[in-house]
Design a protein. Structure first.
Length: 233
């Protein structure tokens, strides 16, 4: 992976740690936009990647216990890892900001996307303002647009044009698709493209938002819906 991307990953890890260091005890138990995960759980997930966790054997055992249900296995492993205190996890995130370690089944190109999306998963329910740096946002959106499983953004959002504004709100730094425009920040578009639809739509602008708000979406039955996907990796 390009050296520039690793620098962006480091910056996102350190930025998230700074954003969370002053949370009150009860805020750590706030449910995030990730189904069934609290702020504490999502932080644990983000620390696990540079820690190289989970390793193959524990993941295999979790899958057997969950009867092959990937998201259930992933939920259980993260909840177990979250037995570590928030402050301990924050210290690990800072210490591992430069780490390039990862579980064997995590794709390098998904690490930055995971940080961008989960940063918003945490920030929105807490009412925190967490702008995504322009280059990190552009790369994250390009990655999720190019993916198939698990988000299928290109298929779900067929019929609208997505436009991402820069951090000043004055320039378009990324766009994709064709149709009525849906415009917003990188963080808000990342939520939409990873199926956090209900949280994303009120934060976006443009004529395409009405099309996405209809139950059938912009292209008939099976339009955008909220997802229970917990991780971008």
């Amino acid at each position: 992976m390009d050296e520039t991307v690793w620098h962006l990953i480091r910056a996102e890890r350190l930025s998230l740690a700074r954003s969370l260091e002053s949370l009150a005890d009860e805020q750590w138990q706030t449910l995030t936009l990730c189904t069934e995960w609290t702020v504490h759980d999502v932080l644990a997930h983000l620390v696990m990647t540079p820690s190289g966790e989970p390793r193959p054997w524990p993941m295999a055992k979790a899958l057997v216990k969950a009867r092959g249900r990937l998201w259930t296995a992933g939920r259980d492993i993260v909840v177990d890892y979250a037995r570590r205190s928030p402050q301990e996890l924050l210290a690990s995130l800072r210490d591992l900001a430069d780490a390039r370690t990862k579980p064997v089944f995590v794709v390098d190109d998904n690490i930055l996307l995971d940080l961008v999306v989960h940063g918003q998963d945490i920030a929105v329910p807490l009412g925190l303002d967490r702008p995504v740096p322009d280059e990190a946002g552009r790369l994250a959106l390009e990655r999720v647009w190019s993916m198939g499983w698990p988000f299928h953004a290109r298929r779900r959002l067929r019929g609208v044009q997505l436009q991402c504004e820069d951090s000043t709100g004055t320039e378009i730094i990324w766009e994709a698709g064709a149709g009525p425009v849906v415009r917003g920040s990188a963080g808000d578009l990342a939520l939409l493209m990873t199926a956090r639809t209900g949280a994303a739509l009120p934060r976006l602008r443009g004529p395409g938002v009405d099309a996405l708000s209809r139950p059938s979406g912009p292209h008939g039955p099976g339009g955008p819906r909220d997802s229970s996907v917990r991780s971008a990796t």
